[in-house]
Design a protein around this ligand. Structure first.
Ligand SMILES: [Cu+2]
Length: 68
């Protein structure tokens, strides 16, 4: 299991939290995802044999937020 903290810009409200946590959370291989709205950080725990970090970043990007 890998743990990463991503810096994500554009998240501003609970809708954003739900969009990111919901969509990343349903990726196969993602164990947990937690958005910290105030700091713009997203903690993700995932199994790198099932899902790539690129895929996780892409999923956040697809929701309209920028992973820095
Ligand atoms: Cu929002």
């Amino acid at each position: 299991m890998e743990n990463v903290t991503l810096n994500v810009s554009g998240m501003s409200c609970s809708h954003c939290v739900n969009a990111v946590e919901g969509n990343v959370g349903k990726l196969n291989g993602v164990e947990s995802v937690k958005v910290h709205l105030e700091s713009g950080k997203v903690d993700v725990s995932f199994d790198s044999e099932k899902v790539s970090l690129e895929k996780i970043k892409e999923t956040i990007d697809d929701q309209g937020y920028e992973v820095k």
